[in-house]
Each structure stands twice: as C-alpha cells, then as structure tokens.
Design a binder for this molecule. Structure first.
Ligand code: TXA
Ligand code: MG
Length: 407
C-alpha cells in the first residue's frame, strides 16, 4: 500500500485496519518516518525488532493521538513535570520517558520498567492514530497507541521521506506518504522516570525551552548517567551512512580536497553557506569531488540533513567530509547526530599509520588494540582486525566491525 500525500479517509481506515491486524506500517511524523505497530500487540512488536534488526532490549516510543490519555500507559500518578511538558509541547517533537503501567506489554519497552510516549504533530500521523483508536474502541480496547522506531535499519540514517523508507525496506512494509518531514531529526527525549528531568537525546525542542517550561534546568546525558534507561540512539556510533563520515574544519576540508585531487580519490563534502559556495566555484579543479551545500540555519540544516546524507551515500565516494558545526546551543542536536554518524572516529584498528592516513585522513592515530573505545562487541572488533590485516579493503572491515554496535 502506498498512499500518496493523502488525507483520504478510506486510505487512513485501511492503514488503521492493517495495524489492527497486527501488521507493520510506515507513517510520517514531523520529525522522521516511523515503522509502526500496535503498541499492545507483542507479536507485532517482535516484527518491528526483526525487520529493523534492532536488539530486543532497546525500547520503542509509543505514539499517541491528541485525544489519547497518556495516564493509561504509565504506572502511578502522572508527574507534575510531565503534565507541564505535555501542555507546553504536545503535539510535537518531544518524547517523555515515564514509569510503564503493568498492563502494557514489556516488549514495547525492551523489558525496561519505563515507557516512551510522544504525541506527533503530523496531521497524517494524527489521522492514523485517531482511526486506530476508534477501531480499538469497537473491540473494547480503551486506549491505543502506535509503537514506532524510526523506519530505518538499526544504526542507519533515519528516513525523512516515504521514498527513504522504500529504499530501506522495499515492499516489506507499506508506507503512508506524508511528504518530507518538517523537522528532519528525531524528537527530544526527556526522562522523567527517575525523580528529576534529564535530556537523553537532544532534539529541536532544546534544553532551555524545557527549563523554561519546568522552571528547572534538565540534566544532560552525562550528568544523568547513573541508572539511565538504555537509549539506542545514544550509542556512540549511530545515524550513520554507509560511506565513512568525518567531521572536519574548513581548513582540513580544503587540504583534503587538494590531497584527493593528487590521489584521484572520490570524496564528498557537506559544507554550509559561503564555504560550500566557495568550494563549488572551484569545483572544476576537483573532478572527482562532490560538494553539497547545507543550510546555514540549524532548523533548515536539520530539515535537509538526512536527505543529503542519503544522497551523498549513493555516490560511491571513499568518504564524506562534513564541515564542523558551531558549538552554539541551537546546534546541539545536530552536533549530537553528526558525531554519532561519524562512526569511524570511534573505531581504532591496527594497520600501518601511513595507509590509514592515506585512506582516512590525518585524524588516524596509531593504536594498540583494534577494539572500540566504548566497548563494542568483541567478536566484531576482532573481525575488523582480521579483515584489516588480511589486506581486504579497510572500509568494509570497519563498516562490518562497527555495524554490530550501531538504531
Ligand atoms: O522522532 C522520533 O522520536 C522518531 C519518530 C518516528 O517518532 N522515533 C524514533 O524512534 O526516533 P527510535 O526508536 O529510532 O528512537 C527512539 C529512542 C531510542 O533511542 C530508544 O532507546 C529511546 O528512544 N526510548 C524509547 N523508549 C524508551 C524508554 N522507555 N526508556 C529509554 N529510552 C527509550
Ligand atoms: Mg532510530
């Protein structure tokens, strides 16, 4: 089923009936497309994990309609902070982590005692949630929600258009097409399950906005680590294109382009505003280099980022160089995503330094151990070492090595 940019009542009904039958369906939200399933149907949830290739211990977000009762999903009384944030930001790109009610299947939370709840603003998502809720009422189910991770394979770039979902899953899952996502990066996640607010994943609703609503600054991931719930999007390697991606300054990129010209290397560059323009003007000098310009404002940059990364990933380049972003708070979520997309920055392998430098630039360091610095799968890292020392292409060895650790 492909429903083109529709708000056609029959198609929405069909999509809701599909979910009701325990099937999976991809649908648009204002952030990214989600891979949806009935949040209270453990076998549908199991299919989501299987299709994504995501470890069953990594929890899913439950999406709710405007008129849904969030209290149905949580254990105990709704915390005051949750009410305040719901009033301030729902519907919108904010997920709240709260204690999970005992009658909600543990599978949706990857077995954790908490649950992630979010009310998306996209009109098609809301129409779907509404229709699904009504079907539930007919069956005597008082409340309904759609569990949905981003509709991409584990570790990869989230989809911001229906075509991206088709590129990921082909015909395996029908897509409700709501056009391009307006926000473009995943929701802000605020944990309220531990007695204090903590931002587990930054998003376009920033910490200062949360603080203004709550009258208290939320802690950040590193301040709130003890007892923190598992968040797969917080793995150091995540949101990654297949082509190795590196964050570089303007000077480093210019130098890398000159070197690439000498070696005939094919590389891609994602720059911003004037810098990208300047490079484009010199593009004739760099025959095998692809330069793409991203916006200079964080909102527009976020809207276009995943589309651009997917595009750059199709070019067959040896690497993608992304111009380092400003450190200002407005860029926090984008810095977070890009640093996780720069998978290879987190991996060290044993191989001749000169070769590593040739292939991966001057940030390569001599290393004593091939294992991931944050404790990835040991089998995966030894695979990386074996492949590298056998002289197979390093890129493939590394990508195989890190694909274990990356949602
Ligand atoms: O914008 C979004 O949040 C998108 C759209 C589809 O809503 N969804 C999304 O889902 O990004 P996913 O599964 O790709 O990322 C959700 C993150 C994961 O890192 C997951 O670990 C975390 O939310 N999460 C969900 N429930 C949680 C819970 N109970 N405790 C801690 N983390 C949770
Ligand atoms: Mg995801």
């Amino acid at each position: 089923m492909t429903v083109e940019h529709c708000a056609n009542g029959n198609e929405i009904q069909r999509a809701a009936a599909f979910l009701d039958a325990g099937q999976l369906l991809a649908f648009p939200t204002e952030t990214v497309y989600g891979l949806g399933a009935d949040a209270q149907n453990p076998s549908a949830i199991a299919r989501v994990y299987a299709l994504k290739g995501r470890p069953a211990t990594h929890p899913l977000i439950v999406h709710l309609g405007f008129n849904a009762d969030p209290a149905y999903w949580i254990h105990g009384a709704m915390p005051r902070a949750a009410r305040v944030l719901i009033d301030a930001f729902w519907p919108g790109p904010l997920t709240l982590i709260l204690p999970r009610a005992a009658h909600i299947p543990a599978a949706v939370s990857g077995g954790q005692p908490s649950i992630g709840l979010r009310c998306p603003a996209h009109p098609l998502a809301q129409a779907l949630l509404n229709a699904f809720h009504h079907l539930g009422k007919i069956k005597g189910t008082p409340q309904r929600g759609i569990a949905a991770p981003s509709a991409n394979r584990f570790g990869r770039v989230s989809p911001t258009a229906a075509q991206h979902v088709r590129d990921e899953f082909g015909d395996a899952v029908p897509v409700l097409d709501g056009g391009a996502c307006a926000v473009g990066i995943e929701s802000t996640i605020v944990d309220l399950s531990r007695g204090f607010p903590a931002v587990l994943r930054p998003g376009c609703i920033c910490a200062a906005q949360i603080a203004e609503a709550l009258g208290e600054m939320p802690r950040n991931e590193s301040e709130a680590k003890d007892g923190a719930p598992r968040v797969s999007g917080m793995l150091r390697a995540h949101y990654a294109p297949r082509t190795p991606l590196f964050l570089r300054t303007q000077e480093e990129i210019t130098r890398a382009l000159d070197e690439a010209r000498q070696h005939g290397e094919r590389i891609a560059v994602l720059g911003r505003g004037n810098f990208a323009e300047r490079l484009m003007q010199r593009a004739a000098q760099y025959s095998r280099v692809h330069i793409v310009m991203a916006s200079s404002t964080p909102t527009a940059y976020a809207r276009g980022l995943y589309q651009l990364l997917r595009q750059l990933d199709t070019l067959g380049c040896a690497r993608i160089l992304v111009e380092i972003l400003p450190e200002a708070p407005a860029w926090t979520a984008l810095n977070d995503r890009l640093s996780r997309a720069a998978v290879l920055e987190h991996v060290s392998v044993r191989l001749p330094l000169a070769r590593a430098r040739r292939q991966y630039g001057d940030r390569c360091r001599r290393s004593r151990s091939p294992s991931r610095s944050d404790g990835g799968d040991p089998a995966a890292s030894s695979y990386g070492e074996r492949e590298a020392t056998q002289g197979k292409p390093l890129k493939h060895a590394l990508v195989s090595a890190v694909s274990w650790t990356t949602d």
